[in-house]
Design a protein around this ligand. Structure first.
Ligand code: ADP
Ligand code: MG
Length: 721
């Protein structure tokens, strides 16, 4: 260990003041004494940063690693940085992190922070987690899909005596950490495991409602302007103390920060501000995909006389604690992934938060002294539009990838898996149906060869299938970059977004810049040679890579260099996974004798045939997946305004506002999906429920198949592009 310096000294002083510190010895003993331990405590008590450190010092890393999961990527990275600093080591050495497509660990890593998705992948390769001596599932109250699945898997691992010890030479300890919510339920789920509560001290927070914001503001993003107004009011009329604003996502946050910045400039601190010790406002954004060096500032105390105002997503509700917050401004909304039955897909949408979430947000103001929470929404909104509790992710999103993972782990009966809260059966059946359509499972619900390959990729199964198809035809160079580009944040810079939820992205403030960006993007689409958004992504990837000066190229073309840089790295990693599979297994090999120019789109069709739409009238398309949703091409697509020339399209994602828009699309020929489309209607989800169970007799199977054969195939027109 290196010599301590002043700052390190004060840092450890700081961690000694955390509520968890006084319970260090008891906690270590409790972990030693039981297999499952539930640790609860107020946000900020030191669970995430301190407990792994204590266990490390107490010798828990003698045989294996300590793994700590986080539902959010940014939390895994930020916390690992903090703990590495506290333990005086270089990040990636003793303390490291791993998130999807970014592994910052090494041979010497003993304390590993990671996303819950990463641990789930590790279980696939090593079902008893033989490298770990302690697994800590953190932020369990967030109820993320992957954490819920991990809970079930760990419970199952220990449910049969001796099973967990198989393949392990030392015992595994499981710690489950959560804010003080649903403690009894969690403990009883884990076989009445002991609960360790870290007593925390919180101060009262008074909450007030607003007059302006109600449900209609979802469409117009009207809450952005309102939080800015309230934040400025607080800044000018309240006593010193930092502000934390809860907003929905990156675009809204950056817009709010710009507005705040603009308005704060005109404050005259001699006359406008009530508390004369306040001499300035420091505005800081905080969201998931933010560059990590920018995040550091969030935790620093502001210079004397300056009030800090952090504008954050829900990440600041529990995942990251910012000290010194006295005022909360709550927009009342959150961006959430929900399964939309209207279009049969998961969609990121803005929804009202739950009442328990609102309490959690308010609580952030009472950490060091009494605080105030300004809810910008009305009392009526609270009563009529906000649910009591947040619905766990497992009950509101697609389970396709998770069900495939479970199946690959040998959990055949995915309906009777030990879920903390059961997802609706129709969601499980929907997932089984999709896996069947992608040929990842067979009619009996068993994983196919293709399914085994598919599970290796941290991508949506459809996209994976397209990649695998391309690889079998030897043209992976076309699909790998596209898969990478679709796995990173949006790469196209839009100088001014006005209301992300509005139908058209309206320029405001800098119309000339918006125009320039639009023209550059259009030129890129034209360069790719065809009206095809996937091909544009491929072209951007290739052009930038071969440009010699990639960052300058990006600036020139209004493309996010940071996003593209991650796409390059993601592509390399996907290529490595593919290579590994191609070397190890009897990888499928296909031939193709059609036109070369079609090859790319045909590969895409194998993964996106579930997202096929046919033009019905004018500019309106109709999906072919049985939902028959009416969809429109989004204005940001290169197909926009060319709808009249198209008949069949496939698309990557959907944006729902007053209309349903599809983005990242390309035209296809009916004949390319002709043989695939019947698969969409081949099985009825309710029929699949019989194969979801463990035992299907041959007789039952035969009956079912006869019934299926009797069904008519769907009628589709052969009209072509
Ligand atoms: P819990 O998990 O119980 O919510 P944490 O361990 O996350 O608590 O946080 C404990 C304390 O450490 C908090 O006061 C928080 O502000 C501080 N902290 C956490 N991460 C950082 C960081 N990156 N920089 C500075 N302080 C931090
Ligand atoms: Mg925590």
């Amino acid at each position: 260990m290196s010599k301590s310096t002043d700052s390190k000294e004060s840092e450890s002083q700081q961690s000694k003041q955390l509520p968890i510190y006084r319970h260090k010895a008891e906690l270590i003993r409790a972990v030693k004494d039981s297999t499952f331990l539930l640790v609860t405590g107020e946000t900020g008590s030191g669970k995430t940063t301190q407990l792994p450190k204590y266990l490390h010092r107490a010798g828990f890393c003698k045989d294996g690693k300590i793994g700590i999961t986080q539902p959010r990527r940014v939390a895994a990275i930020t916390v690992a940085q903090r703990v590495a600093q506290e333990m005086h080591c270089t990040l990636g050495k003793e303390v490291g992190y791993q998130v999807r497509f970014d592994d910052c660990t090494s041979q010497s890593t003993a304390v590993k922070y990671m996303t819950d998705g990463c641990l789930l992948r590790e279980i696939l390769a090593d079902p008893v987690l033989s490298q770990y001596s302690v697994v800590i599932l953190d932020e369990v109250h967030e109820r993320s899909l992957n954490t819920d699945i991990l809970l079930g898997l760990l419970k199952k691992m220990f449910s049969k005596p001796g099973k967990a010890a198989e393949g392990r030479s030392f015992p595994l300890k499981v710690v489950v950490m959560s804010a003080t919510l649903e403690t009894d339920k969690l403990s009883s789920f884990l076989g009445d495991c002991p609960v360790f509560t870290i007593p925390g001290r919180t101060f009262p927070v008074t909450s007030t409602f607003g007059f302006a914001v109600g449900p209609k503001d979802i469409e117009s993003s009207g809450y952005v302007k309102e939080v800015v107004k309230v934040a400025l009011d607080v800044h000018t009329s309240e006593k010193a103390g930092d502000i934390l604003v809860f907003l929905t996502g990156q675009v809204e946050i950056e817009r709010a920060c710009d507005l705040l910045y603009e308005k704060a400039e005109s404050i005259d601190y001699r006359y406008d501000v009530e508390d004369q010790t306040v001499e300035g406002l420091l505005i800081l954004p905080l969201y998931g995909s933010m560059p990590t060096d920018q995040q550091r500032q969030i935790f620093q105390p502001p210079p004397s006389g300056i009030r800090k105002c952090v504008v954050a997503t829900n990440i600041a509700a529990t995942s990251l604690t910012i000290n010194g917050i006295k005022y909360i401004i709550d927009s009342g909304f959150v961006k959430q992934l929900n399964h939309n039955s209207r279009v049969g897909m998961d969609i990121l949408e803005v929804v009202p938060i739950s009442k328990s979430e609102a309490e959690q947000r308010a609580g952030r103001a009472g950490r060091t002294s009494a605080g105030k929470c300004f809810r910008i929404y009305t009392k009526e909104f609270w009563e009529k539009n906000m649910p009591e509790y947040t619905v766990p992710e497992i009950q509101r999103t697609s389970l396709t990838a998770v069900v495939l993972t479970l199946k690959c782990l040998g959990v055949h009966d995915v309906i009777r898996f030990p879920y903390l809260d059961c997802p609706e059966e129709r969601f499980i059946l929907e997932a089984l149906k999709q896996l069947y359509q992608f040929d990842a499972i067979d009619r009996r619900g068993r994983v196919t060869r293709l399914g085994e390959l598919m599970v290796e990729f941290p991508l949506h199964p459809g996209l994976t299938r397209a990649v695998l198809k391309a690889a079998s035809l030897g043209c992976q160079d076309l699909l790998l970059p596209v898969a990478a580009m679709l796995s990173v944040e949006n790469i196209f810079i839009r100088p001014e977004l006005c209301g992300v939820n509005t139908d058209v992205l309206l320029p405001s403030g800098h119309p000339e810049k918006q125009k320039e960006a639009d023209e550059k993007h259009k030129a890129l689409a034209t360069k790719s040679g065809s009206m095809n958004d996937f091909a544009t992504l491929l072209a951007v990837f290739q052009l930038c890579k071969s440009s010699g000066r990639p960052s300058a190229w990006c600036k020139d073309h209004w493309v996010h260099w940071r996003a593209l840089k991650s796409a390059f790295s993601v592509e390399t990693q996907l290529r490595e996974i593919l290579l590994r599979l191609q070397q190890k297994r009897d990888f499928p090999v296909d031939t193709y004798d059609g036109e070369k120019s079609e090859l790319f789109r045909r590969c895409l069709c194998t993964g996106y045939f579930t997202n096929v739409a046919r033009r019905s009238v004018g500019k309106v398309f109709c999906t072919m997946d049985g939902h028959g949703s009416m969809i429109h091409i989004h204005p940001s697509s290169s197909l926009f305004d060319h709808e009249g020339k198209l008949n069949w399209i496939i698309f990557h994602d959907v944006l729902v506002t007053s209309k349903v828009y599809v983005r990242t699309a390309c035209p296809i020929r009916y004949e390319w999906v002709k043989d695939l489309l019947p698969k969409l209607h081949e099985v009825d989800v309710y029929e699949l429920s019989s194969v979801a169970r463990e035992e299907v007799t041959d007789e039952e199977m035969k009956k079912w198949e006869t019934r299926e054969a009797a069904k008519r195939q769907p009628e589709v027109s052969t009209e072509d592009v």
